[in-house]
Design a protein around this ligand. Sequence first.
Ligand SMILES: [Zn+2]
Ligand SMILES: [Zn+2]
Length: 233
Amino acid sequence: MILENEYIQNLLDFIFPKLCLGCGEYCENDKDICGNCERRFQLIKLPYCLHCMNYMNDEIVCEICSDKTFALYSYANYADPIREIIIQFKFKGITTPADLFAKRIYALYANLLEKYNADFLVPIPLHNSRENKRGYNQASVLAKKLGELSSIELNESLIFRTTKRKPQARLAVSERKKNIDSVFQVEQKADEKYKCILIDDVVTTGNTVFEAAKELENSGYRVVAVVSIAHAF
Ligand SMILES: [Zn+2]
Ligand SMILES: [Zn+2]
């Protein structure tokens, strides 16, 4: 029976070879990302303060901003091949890369992220109609995997999108702030100052995470940091 299964699996692999999401070549592992592509990721390794737009030392407080620190923990620069993989993860229904990304992010930043003693991991929500069409929210898929690795609870129902707007990536940088203005609403006011870490797939100017943080803080929560797969400049 085992031999038979193995035979069928080999046959399936032959007919439908697994291709890497980054380069489209045959992929030797079950992560859908080949070793060659992974070696080409431009890793970041340091937190970046979205408030003053500088890399921070290996600490959770920015030397320049102190209590205004808004730290972003990104795994890699938003450049190919990770860019291509994220596009497939977001739009093509392929959620397998979340596992690898969560593991790599956690391996890089676990020490720093655990220092916040955060209560919740909060994925940046999609508008309901967009999530229904796509079948999932990529930020939630990533947050769930990060929640399994860390001791921080996943909270997907804290914040939602009130209105559907154009995707930020399709707009000029100058138009992005206005596009995301007042787009989020918080489900319930906090009865204590819960600490939240926001999760998104790609952070560019930070307008989206600043807006989500503003709404959460207006409702009594504290947003202590942001985690993303990639950082686009
Ligand atoms: Zn590849
Ligand atoms: Zn700073």
